[in-house]
Design a protein around this ligand. Structure first.
Ligand SMILES: Cc1cc2nc3c(=O)[nH]c(=O)nc-3n(C[C@H](O)[C@H](O)[C@H](O)COP(=O)(O)O)c2cc1C
Length: 198
């Protein structure tokens, strides 16, 4: 074994088979109630609730435990407006020029278009970045392993946490806000949310 400090996992609760099954079914039922929401009320959500959801995201597994993700939580009205403008510019280009007919046909039943008013109405926007390389403790740039997969799982954990807390959400693929944050003067910060036990 490597010379890395370890800590014992807490003992899992001793469950009978019926209880184990009931818990598994309850969790599946809870997750199956999650839905993508495309219309929001501007009801404020405390920052601590968002942080708890992101901590759930940061608890995800990652290739070589490199945690190659950055979450940026945005509540500032001016920044949300600039993100909406940049995203709508990008989306108009997508819907009117870049999108192949096949992709538009796949989207048609969802009724999505280039207008994104919810980007200003929702109390929080969470931008998720992945990194291909990242700084090591000694300042070297090191390659990240499975950054896409790891950064796909992390928001899933955050989503799973958010929905039971009654927070509606809408994931967006990279096509939506590509370039929006840099254009709006943002970008991933270098801070990490520690995982429990880290
Ligand atoms: C990677 C990814 C990208 C998505 N991109 C968009 C998007 O750009 N716009 C949108 O309205 N929904 C987007 N969605 C939401 C899907 O349309 C939605 O998950 C799907 O229709 C199933 O609906 P449900 O989430 O309510 O179960 C995206 C979902 C994922 C996982």
């Amino acid at each position: 074994m490597p010379d890395t400090p370890t800590q014992p996992l807490p003992q899992p609760p001793a469950l009978g088979e019926a209880e184990r099954l009931a818990r598994a079914q309850a969790f599946a039922a809870q997750l199956s109630r999650r839905r993508t929401v495309r219309d929001y009320a501007p009801t404020p959500v405390p920052r601590e609730v968002i942080e708890a959801c992101l901590r759930a995201g940061a608890s995800a597994p990652s290739g070589a435990n490199q945690q190659p993700w950055h979450f940026v939580a945005i509540a500032d009205a001016d920044m949300k407006r600039r993100i909406r403008e940049a995203a709508e510019t990008e989306e108009r280009d997508f819907y009117e020029r870049r999108a192949p007919d096949e992709w538009l046909a796949a989207l048609a039943p969802l009724g999505t278009d280039a207008d994104k008013p919810f980007l200003e109405i929702a109390p929080w926007l969470i931008a998720v970045f992945y990194e291909r390389t990242g700084p090591e403790a000694d300042g070297r740039k090191a390659k990240r392993y499975y950054p896409h997969e790891s950064t796909g799982i992390a928001p899933g954990h955050a989503h799973a946490h958010a929905q039971p807390d009654g927070l509606p959400q809408r994931p967006a693929g990279p096509a939506a806000p590509r370039g929006a944050l840099p254009a709006a003067g943002g970008g991933p910060p270098r801070a990490r949310l520690p995982r429990a036990g880290d």
